[in-house]
Design a protein around this ligand. Structure first.
Ligand code: F6R
Length: 608
C-alpha cells in the first residue's frame, strides 16, 4: 500500500526522499511523487508508474529544498494517474496520505458548498482542502492540523508540509503505520523503519490518535486534544538491511531459496535443535488451561493458520476457530476468556487482522502475534509475540514468510500438545527431530527440482485455468498454490479440498484445465488417488506433486510427476510448499509479468 516519507533535513532532501521511497516499493504502488519547500514555495514532481519515471523527471527538473515529503500511491479513490498522485497541494498546503478517509464525500460536499474547487478524484484532497480552509480562517499550522484530525474519520497516516513554515513537518496516525526517525540535526518520518534505514535506526512509532510535529532537532507528540504523549524510542533492526536481490532475478526467487536458512533460524528460537525439545519460555499463553484457540489472518497468512488448525486439533486436541480477518472481525463470534487468539501477519500491519485482534482483546482473550515485523502494530498490541524471523520479505507474493509461519506454528502445536499431556517426551523428540531435519531436506529439494519445474512452467503458462487439489494439510496448500499462481501469473486458479471435487468443480474438468494434485503418501493418499482417477477418467491432465512412496504407489498417467523425498507429516506442508512456489514463480517469469510487484497488489494492506 502507499508509502510515506518526510525529511526535515540540513541538506537537500529530494534525492534521499526517492531513495527512501525505493525501500517502500515492496509495498506495491502505481504512481509516486515528491514535494519540497523552496524559498517559501511548495514545489513538486509526480509521475505515473514506477519510480524510475519519477527519477527521470527529477533529473530533468531537480527539486532543491531541505524540507520535503514523498509518497508512493496505491490507488483506492481515483485512477492511478499523475493528477491523483500525491503530494496534493491546496493553497500552500502539501499532503501525503496512506489509507482511506471514510467521510471524504460528506467533507467534499461541505467544502464544495463553501466554494472549494477539487482537482483530483482522491479522498486525500479533502485533507488538503480542510487544512487550507482552517488556515484561511486564521488558525496556525498546528491548530489547523488538530482541527482537521478531529474532523476526518477512517484509516490514515498523514504527513503535511506548509508553505509558510520552513521548519516543521506535521503528521497524524490512525490505522496505517508511521514512524519517526531521529537523526543528527535532521528528523524523519516514514511508513516503516526500512524506509528510514539509510538515515537512522533510532525510531519511535506513532500510535492511533497521535499527532506529531517534527523539526530538525526533535519531535513533539500529542493526542488530538493537544495533550502530550510519550512514545518510546527504540533501535530498529531494519538498519542492517540492504535492498538487494543478490544473484537472483527477482526478490521472490531469492526469498524462495532463502527458506532453508531462515527456517532454521526461526526454528532455533522455538526448539532446541540439539536436544530435540520444544522451548517453552513464553508462558503468557498457557496452552494447558485453554479451551480453544481463535485464529485470524488474511491471504497466505490465513492459509498458514488453516494448516495450523489441523496441527493444534490433532496434536494438542485444542479446538481452533479460524476465519479470514475481514469476516472474523464482523462475525460477532461468541468468545470466552478461556480461549486465546492468534493473529498471523507477515507485515503486522494488515488492517483487518489488527481490527480482529482488537475485537478479541476487548473480549478479554490473551493475544498471540505470529509476525515477521516485530515492531509492527499487531506485535505491539499482543500479549505474546512469536516472531517468524524470515527477514524482510520484499516480493509481494509471500513465500518465506509462509513457510516460517508454518514452522513456528508447528513448533507451537508440539509445545501445546506437550503442555496438554498429549505428546510424551519420546514423541516430542521425534517430532522436533523431524522439524530440525527440515532445512536440510528443503535445501536438497530446491537444488533438485528447479529444472523440471522450469520446463513444466513453460507448459502451464499456456493454460487459462488451473485447479489445485489436496486433502488434510495439503488442502490449505492447494489453496495457497492457486493463490500464488493467480496473483503473480494472472492465470485463473482455484484450490479445492480433493473430496469436494465431485460436489461441483468436476464439471470443469477437460483437457484445457490442468489439475495440480498435492498428495504426499500420508493417511489420505489412497483417497486422493481416487479423486485423481476421477479427473483422469474425464480427460483431465494431472500434475502430480507427491513423494517417493506416492510416486511408486500410483500407476496413473500424468502430465508430470514431481517427486519429493518422503518426509514426516508434520513437515510435509513446508517441504511441499517449494514446488508449489517455484511453479507459480517460473510460470509468471514465462508470462513476463512483474513478479515482485504484481498488478493491483500491495505488500502491506493497511485499509479494509
Ligand atoms: C499472498 C500474500 C497476501 C498476504 C496477505 C496478508 O502471496 O502475500 O495474501 O499474505 O495480504 O498479509 P500479512 O501477512 O502482511 O498480514
Amino acid at each position: 500500500m502507499c508509502g510515506i516519507v518526510g525529511i526535515a533535513g540540513n541538506q537537500p532532501v529530494a534525492e534521499r526522499l526517492v531513495d527512501a521511497l525505493k525501500r517502500l516499493e515492496y509495498r506495491g504502488y502505481d504512481s509516486a511523487g515528491v514535494a519540497t519547500l523552496v524559498d517559501g514555495k511548495l514545489e513538486r514532481c509526480r509521475a505515473e508508474g514506477k519510480l524510475f519515471n519519477l527519477e527521470k523527471k527529477l533529473s530533468e527538473e531537480p527539486l532543491p529544498g531541505t524540507l520535503g515529503i514523498a509518497h508512493t500511491r496505491w490507488a483506492t479513490h481515483g485512477v492511478p494517474n499523475e493528477t491523483n498522485a500525491h503530494p496534493h497541494f491546496v493553497d500552500g498546503v502539501a499532503v501525503v496520505h496512506n489509507g482511506i478517509i471514510e467521510n471524504f464525500s460528506e467533507l467534499r460536499d461541505e467544502l464544495t458548498a463553501e466554494g472549494a474547487v477539487f482537482t483530483t478524484q482522491t479522498d486525500t484532497e479533502v485533507v488538503a482542502q480542510l487544512l487550507a480552509r482552517f488556515r484561511r480562517e486564521g488558525m496556525d499550522a498546528k491548530a489547523a492540523m488538530l482541527a482537521m484530525l478531529n474532523r476526518i474519520t477512517g484509516a490514515y497516516a498523514l504527513v503535511v508540509m506548509f508553505a509558510d513554515d520552513a521548519d516543521h513537518l506535521y503528521a497524524g496516525r490512525f490505522g496505517p503505520p508511521l514512524a519517526i526517525g531521529y537523526g543528527r540535526g535532521e528528523m524523519f518520518l516514514g511508513s516503516d523503519a526500512i524506509a528510514l534505514s539509510p538515515f537512522t535506526n533510532d525510531i519511535s512509532y506513532l500510535m492511533d490518535g497521535d499527532f506529531a510535529v517534527i523539526d530538525r532537532q526533535g519531535a513533539e507528540v500529542t493526542d488530538y486534544a493537544g495533550k502530550p504523549v510519550k512514545r518510546q524510542r527504540q533501535i530498529s533492526q531494519a538498519s542492517a538491511f540492504v535492498v538487494d536481490k543478490g544473484n537472483h532475478r527477482h526478490f521472490m526467487e531469492k526469498e524462495i531459496y532463502e527458506q532453508p536458512e531462515v527456517i532454521s533460524h526461526a526454528l532455533s528460537h522455538y526448539v532446541d535443535l540439539a536436544d530435540h525439545r520444544v522451548k517453552t519460555s513464553d508462558n503468557v499463553i498457557d496452552f494447558k488451561a485453554l479451551r480453544g484457540l481463535a485464529i485470524s489472518a488474511c491471504g497466505t497468512a490465513y492459509l498458514a493458520g488453516l494448516t495450523a488448525k489441523y496441527w493444534f486439533e490433532r496434536y494438542a486436541r485444542l479446538p481452533v476457530e479460524i476465519d479470514v480477518a475481514s469476516e472474523f472481525r464482523y462475525r460477532e463470534m461468541p468468545l470466552s476468556t478461556d480461549q486465546a487468539a492468534f493473529f498471523i501477519s507477515q507485515s503486522g500491519e494488515t488492517a483487518d487482522t489488527l481490527a480482529s485482534l482488537r475485537y478479541c482483546r476487548e473480549a478479554g482473550l490473551k493475544i498471540g502475534a505470529i509476525v515477521n515485523v516485530r515492531e509492527s502494530s499487531i506485535a505491539r498490541e499482543a500479549d505474546a509475540i512469536f516472531p517468524i524471523m524470515a527477514g524482510p520479505e520484499i516480493g509481494v507474493a509471500s513465500t518465506k514468510a509462509f513457510t516460517c509461519q508454518l514452522a513456528v506454528l508447528a513448533s507451537l502445536a508440539v509445545a501445546a500438545g506437550k503442555a496438554r499431556g498429549l505428546i510424551d517426551e519420546a514423541n516430542e523428540k521425534t517430532m522436533v527431530r523431524h522439524l530440525a531435519e527440515m532445512p536440510r531436506i528443503m535445501s536438497a529439494v530446491l537444488n533438485r527440482i528447479q529444472p523440471q519445474i522450469e520446463g513444466l512452467s513453460r507448459e502451464l503458462s499456456k493454460f487459462k485455468d488451473v485447479l489445485y487439489l489436496g486433502r488434510g494439510t495439503s488442502y490449505p496448500l492447494a489453496l495457497e498454490g492457486a493463490l500464488k499462481l493467480k496473483e503473480i501469473s494472472y492465470i485463473h486458479a482455484e484450490g479445492y479440498a480433493a473430496g469436494e471435487l465431485k460436489h461441483g468443480p468436476i464439471a470443469l474438468i477437460d483437457e484445457n484445465m490442468p489439475v495440480i494434485v498435492i498428495a504426499p503418501h500420508d493417511r489420505f493418499f489412497e483417497k486422493t488417488v481416487s479423486n485423481m482417477q476421477e479427473v483422469a477418467a474425464r480427460g483431465g491432465r494431472i500434475i502430480f506433486i507427491t513423494d517417493e512412496k506416492g510416486a511408486a504407489a500410483s500407476k496413473l498417467d500424468t502430465m508430470a510427476t514431481i517427486v519429493l523425498p518422503t518426509v514426516d507429516e508434520i513437515i510435509a506442508p513446508m517441504v511441499f510448499s517449494l514446488p508449489v512456489q517455484l511453479l507459480a514463480y517460473h510460470t509468471a517469469v514465462f508470462m513476463g509479468t512483474d513478479v515482485d510487484q504484481p498488478r493491483n497488489l500491495a505488500k502491506s494492506v493497511t485499509v479494509e
